[in-house]
Design a protein. Sequence first.
Length: 592
Amino acid sequence: MSKDTRIAIIDKSKCQPKTCNFLCKRLCPGVRMGEDTITIDETQRLPVIDEVLCSGCGICVNRCPQHAIKIIKIDISFDEPLHQYGKNTFRLFNLPTPQKGFVSGVIGKNGVGKTTAINILSGNLFPNLGNHSEKGDINKVIDFYKGKDIQKHFKEIKDEKLNVSYKIQKVEDIPKLFDEKIETLLKKTSKDSKHLKKIIEKLELKELLNKKTSEVSGGELQRVAIAACLLKDASLYFLDEFSTFLDIKQKFNIARYLRETISEEKSMIVIEHDLAILDYLSDFIQVMFGNVNAYGVCSEKKSTKKGINEFLDGFLKEENIRIRNHSISFTSVNEKTTTRSTTLMSYPSFNKTLGSFKLSVNEGHIGVGEIVGVLGPNAIGKTTFIKVLAGELDSDDKQINFNKKIAYKPQYIKLNEEKTVRELFLEKEVINDVFEVDIKKQLNLDKILDQKISKLSGGELQKVAVGYCLCKDVDIYLIDEPSAFLDVELRLIVANVIKNRVNKSGKCAFIVDHDLLFLEYISDKVLLFEGVCGKEGYAKKIGAIEESFNNFLKKEDVTFRQDPQTKRPRANKPGSQKDQEQKKNNSYYYTN
């Protein structure tokens, strides 16, 4: 595909020609001049755009009432697509490449083909080499890759010599496929009892074995899915967003175990949006970029540090391609303001008992314009603490009345699914000016305003829920796990929207999250939770980021250094010289 080519995308899920009577065709200048720039597919009753004839005027894009059309000018040269789903649909140009004995990390926005690439590499999807009118042919794919290392991979797929194990992205779908006891599911996956016993121990699954997949939490289901993937005797493992629903402790424990499973004859590709975990686990990085739901391209292999830094910078040096018009950088902890002149809200010491679990909370206070990150493992009382502040739960001692207005975004989002996004933000408690100025454009909600809440993806729903919380006229924002289902860029966009709203309004916020870099990026101070998971939790006093992170990471036996270029915290590889040096100096969170 040559430079200056246009790609036309029509989102069939949004296109509604019955309501607009093919407005795009009626307005198209090319059609008015007698050209077949836009025609009608009589079978599907949908418009079809000829990408060669399209002049890129933008009229159809801007006037489409459903925002269903994209016209994208490609200003760099690519080979022909490796795979295209249909006319005016997403196309993928190349693939990440597995390497035996190594973990390959893949990073990129949602919607640029990461999952499509895994389906191709695993043999679940044969690419059609851009000819969407024909089914993919493995022999043509092998010829296509003649002379390249990856050709051997597809030959092994053809000869059925490639054993692949794939951990799916949406683990919440597992109960629909296997609503049975977890022990039964795992035994079906592997007949090696020793291997099974080891994985049950490593992933802490013993207490779950007699439960059905429909009876466990998202984090527990994620660990079951990882176990099922690793139990298979495969030469290539794919893990698609394995850290979703897991707490920080579980993420690092599983990352360590994943590295242990890799031998000279095995390889692993990991798609992950938690940069700290991706950095910790990967031997090298490949960046996937493009235009969301339009096209995707994969970079060459890069060192872990270089790959993540170039992704954050928005410019891939070897490829000479700018993938974003701005860079992403972090603020050093030493440069952050850690004191506030005015206290906005205080809470007393309190206890809360839920069944056999007991939470003890030290008194605390939060200042005007301040964001406190809430850090700790799952089942330690963080959400319980937030619910007490929100008034959804009473403490054991007494009801706490802060005399403050509070907005609460829960971990498991509950919004009226029958409403459209537009209707939600027209509710009387929503401040319209805040939505229009501070939320809508920044979170890119314009294009989903007329979609029902029930039809949103996980990432779209998360953005809507965070925006809805921030649009309310309150003193305190309580936001539980805002980074879930978001890619790296969206996580930092959401963090900036929260920070800007808190600072601009002079309010304050508590943020619970399991992405360590997200918490470091957004927080002024940290509230650390410790204790015994599922039995007792203890919330310490709100403290400085460095001290809180250092205490937390020491318990997890993980060290972080600071990248001099982006200032992002980087997880040291276990046992590395830097790791050993920092542990010796009791500096688990290194910021100098």
